[in-house]
Design a protein around this ligand. Sequence first.
Ligand SMILES: *Cc1c(COP(=O)(O)O)cnc(C)c1O
Length: 425
Amino acid sequence: MNYEYSEAFAQKMDQEDTLRSYRDHFLFPKINGVEAIYFCGNSLGLQPKSVTNYLTKELGNWGEMAVDGHFDGEDAWLYVRQKSKPALAEILGAHTHEVVAMNNLTVNLHLLMVSFYRPTKDRYKIIIEAGAFPSDQYMLESQVKWHGLNPEEVIVELKPRKGEHILRTEDILAEIQRQGDSLAMVNMAGLQYYTGQLFDMKAITTAAHGVGAVAGFDLAHAAGNAPLSLHDWEVDFATWCSYKYMNSGPGNVSGIYIHEKYADRPDLPRFAGWWGHDEQQRFQMEKGFVPMHGADGWQLANSNILGLAAHQASLDIFQTAGISNLRSKSEKLTGYLEYLIREINGDSGVLEIITPENPAERGCQLSLLIHQGGKAVFDEFYKNGVVGDWRNPNVIRLAPTPLYNSFLDVFRFAQILEQSLKKFA
Ligand SMILES: *Cc1c(COP(=O)(O)O)cnc(C)c1O
């Protein structure tokens, strides 16, 4: 792609963008009364305008039918889990029976450990990337301790080579080989929140299986952002959240994926609840848990209907936009941001992009180290209408998303970046 640092070029790209109308489906925050350039969908996705209607409809169902809403009408709450499955299956690259929306992300991580982390005297190690999202670190440490084991002896953290910022796939695979028979599980991010690196989940899963271990991924930053084929890659399990790239609202529902090979494994240990029990018999209120087929058998509690309504508003947008269209725009949009940052930075050495250059190894996010000016530069962005994300000590994360960001957003950001660097760096 031949990019140009000009407004006319950005406008031309927007005109050619078949997804450009989707921007109007979202509400943008304002900074000093002006619509922001929002590059923070990696943290909280924007609100689809349609959410209000979806919520109003469920409020109406509740108001008009009360308890009968569980069973009556086209939205019968008892079957709500089925609505989100087609879109989730597309986003995750899975079969519908392999996915279900439920709980919140960290809760789901714990539940998945119950089934998939079964340490024995000889096989007990867990591989994770160093610097994983804190909730994942706390989750793993507490799980390991709960098994009576020592996190220091169990958790193997993968660190980049000296002087490098991202992990090399060959090094991840070599570590899996090195742990061999002692490895119980690989449990990494699919896309690393700090560096923006998209891991080769297929190769990692194959290697884990090769030594007799399972592989599961936290897809908080991958779901709705990067192409996923969990089923074909034979990933054992995964979970994600819906409020980042999936635009479903703060703290909204997570979801799980469980590979089909576990679909009818009632023997697999799990924490059970009535919502995972055979749907036909659920209201007979009898003893004896019979798990539902597939991921549904991991549900515990009845669903948060209002949360799921907001989730559905967003999923319906994903389905009409099309996952592959979104990815193809995303590669260009992030490529444009990368090009402009490099143009502005020149050989000054002030900015250093640590996210992989290869589009196949990243989603829409770019993470930059800022070597001069630091937080003052970032604060200047904000004053000029850019919502990005700062991580100490000196990382700026920018996520132009294909659903609601334009090439003009990226161009305008570049101008602000140039000005801010002149002032503070
Ligand atoms: C956002 C994020 C979380 C947040 O967990 P919640 O349970 O949704 O609060 C956890 N892990 C990763 C990797 C994340 O990116």
